[in-house]
Design a protein around this ligand. Structure first.
Ligand code: ZN
Length: 148
């Protein structure tokens, strides 16, 4: 199991960021699923939940969505997966949603920009220039990220 990178994308129907928004995107992405009161989203490699929870609650919510909404046998679609396999790499982060880039076509000036926004998807990031965000980062919201 690989540790998550510091950027990810997930599908969702959140409205496209407005290019005039200064700095961080003010609207959090809408996550597609919910279990035990926790919003959950998946992309190809990662599971994302909104908020900071215990690892057990993260796993319980993600696992339930995998079984009930996605029709898998469990979060890993692998009945032999152990809890230790599961919790490896889960991390709590403070993240912001990327905003649409309005820099020159040749060069982007900010790694919080999305160069090619997809109206069907959104991105969040939890660091800028290698510096992780924290609770004091403007616009940052708590998420937990795990591989699946
Ligand atoms: Zn840019």
């Amino acid at each position: 199991m690989t540790a998550p990178t510091d950027r990810l994308v997930a599908t969702g129907k959140t409205p496209e960021p407005k290019p005039q928004d200064p700095g961080y995107h003010p609207d959090p992405p809408v996550l597609s699923f919910k279990a035990f009161g926790i919003a959950v989203e998946f992309d190809e490699d990662y599971v994302i939940v909104a908020g900071h929870h215990t690892v057990r609650r993260f796993v319980a919510a993600a696992n339930r969505v995998a079984r009930v909404d996605l029709g898998l046998s469990n979060l890993w679609d692998d009945r032999s997966a152990t809890y230790a396999d599961v919790v490896e790499g889960i991390r709590s982060v403070w993240a912001v949603r990327l905003i649409k880039c309005t820099c020159t076509p040749e060069r982007c000036c900010d790694d919080l920009h999305d160069r090619d926004p997809d109206p069907e998807a959104w991105w969040i990031t939890w660091s800028r220039n290698g510096v992780p965000f924290d609770r004091d980062t403007h616009g940052a919201r708590p998420y937990m990220i795990g591989s699946w």
